[in-house]
Write a protein that binds this ligand. Structure first.
Ligand code: ADP
Ligand code: ZN
Length: 296
């Protein structure tokens, strides 16, 4: 049996796992993202301590990252504002310590691929995966291929309508202020309402506003990509009412224009949580490694 390693390299935490799939995780660990030196050393140590060595590793990383195969900085975390992490050779340091094939992609493309392989996107060729958490990011597939591009998509930085009278909060994105992430990430909710998202009561107006911003973002993405399904993960989406609020607004903002039963009648199966839950990222990284996608 060939064991595969996965690394979900997040800006807040790292998750590492060894196994063959969702029903067969042999070992896993999660730890806080501190300095690159300390964090990367912890990931390397986890794989070195395994009784059976892994045959390949997949990494899904927070970004921005360099995904251009022949670039001198391929596998680097590039211009992140996260202190200490700009221009860090994440892939190279792990590759040097553990000489097996290593697949590398964004955290959201990894999670998307995990959902494609084992979760809510099985059998689909066109779908999106977004996380609404500390940041907002998106990945997914177009015509059966994970989406890459000039760099990679930055779906969290969509510019969306912002009624400053209804919501005077200016947004917290250091680059754009009130982009989607600036208005609707977990930290934006905390800054606007003065308390963390998870402590805001279910009937708080915060959730209506949050759902409105997310729905604006999704309508733009539906118009751009025509996804067959949209998977929404991340801490903010654990709020019990939010999926329904988002679904109704997506229907309202589209206003009947996209004439497909998936949206008109089947919206509950169109905008869904990840079937793999919190494991989508690390399992997706393992799936990337099994398929040899984005090889380092
Ligand atoms: P990260 O994006 O760092 O990987 P998460 O996806 O867990 O982490 O997102 C963290 C954010 O989600 C925080 O801003 C937190 O306030 C928010 N959050 C976590 N749990 C909930 C919850 N049950 N309801 C609403 N928001 C939550
Ligand atoms: Zn932005």
């Amino acid at each position: 049996m060939t064991l595969i390693g996965g690394i979900e390299a997040g800006g807040t935490k790292f998750v590492c796992a060894v196994g063959t799939g969702p029903q067969d995780i042999h070992d896993s660990v999660r730890f806080a993202t501190t300095t690159p030196a300390e964090t990367i050393a912890q990931a390397i140590a986890f794989f070195r301590w395994q009784k059976q060595p892994v045959a390949a590793i997949g990494i899904g990383s927070f970004g921005p990252v360099d995904l251009t195969l022949n670039s001198p900085t391929f596998g680097y975390v590039t211009s992140t504002p996260k202190p200490g992490w700009a221009n860090v050779n994440l892939l190279g340091q792990i590759q040097q310590a553990i000489p097996v094939p290593i697949a590398f992609d964004t955290d959201v493309n990894a999670a998307a691929y995990g959902e494609y392989r084992w979760g809510a996107a099985q059998g689909l060729d066109n779908f999106l995966y977004l996380t609404i958490g500390t940041g907002i990011g998106g990945g997914g597939m177009v015509n059966g291929d994970l989406i890459h591009g000039l760099v990679h998509p930055e779906m969290g930085h969509l510019l969306i309508p912002h009624d400053l009278e209804a919501d005077p909060y200016p947004g917290h994105c250091p680059f754009h202020g009130d982009c989607l992430e600036g208005l609707a990430s977990g930290p934006a909710m905390k800054a606007r309402w003065g308390q963390s998202a998870e402590t805001l009561p279910e009937d708080h107006p915060a959730w209506e506003l949050e759902a409105t911003y997310i729905a604006y973002g999704l309508v733009n993405l539906i118009a751009s990509f025509s996804p067959q399904r949209i998977i929404l993960g991340g801490g903010v989406m654990s709020q019990p009412r939010i999926f329904d609020l988002v679904r109704r607004r997506v229907q309202a903002f589209l206003n009947g224009y996209v004439q497909h039963p998936a949206i008109l009648q089947g919206i509950d199966r169109y905008i869904v949580p990840p079937a793999l839950g919190n494991w989508a990222g690390v399992l997706g990284a393992m799936a990337l490694a099994q398929t040899g996608i984005g090889g380092g």
